[in-house]
Design a protein around this ligand. Structure first.
Ligand code: RB5
Length: 143
């Protein structure tokens, strides 16, 4: 499995931690930037990650900005992307189980490192439930 990661300056530090964590789990990571805390525009990085996942270049993605809000909005503008912004382990569970989120968004300035890794693990380790959720996921993909 390959996971694409991307962040703006507000998410750079947490993105680096997520990358380390994924590599420790034996997951291949494609780092789409940014590579420092110098100010950049989050729509660029949300789009880059969205396109990597939608094209199949990566299986899943993780995006991080200050709050996770802007970069998740950007990723969700790419057709085929279901990006869930999660601030709790429960949200991570449900966004995989119900929404089959193919990108996880995190807030580098709003979510602590330890919780963020728990969120990443829960999202990765939860299976999409399908069933009654499938029709709604298809509706999302057809918007
Ligand atoms: C950048 O300062 C900040 O606006 C960005 O990281 C993010 O929080 C936007 O949603």
């Amino acid at each position: 499995m390959k996971i694409a990661v991307a962040a703006d300056h507000g998410g750079y530090k947490l993105k680096e931690k997520v990358k380390e964590h994924l590599l420790e789990r034996g997951i291949e990571v494609e780092d789409l930037g940014t590579h420092s805390e110098e100010s950049v525009d989050y729509p660029i990085y949300g789009k880059l990650c969205g396109e990597a996942v939608a094209s199949g270049q990566a299986d899943l993605g993780v995006v991080v900005c200050g709050t996770g809000i802007g970069i998740s909005i950007a990723a969700n503008k790419v057709h085929g992307i279901r990006c869930g912004l999660c601030t709790s382990v429960e949200m991570a569970h449900l966004t995989k189980q119900h929404n089959n989120a193919n990108i996880l968004a995190l807030g580098g300035r709003t979510t602590g490192e330890e919780l963020a890794m728990e969120i990443v693990d829960e999202w990765l380790d939860t299976q999409y439930e399908g069933g009654r959720h499938q029709r709604r996921v298809e509706m999302l993909d057809n918007l």
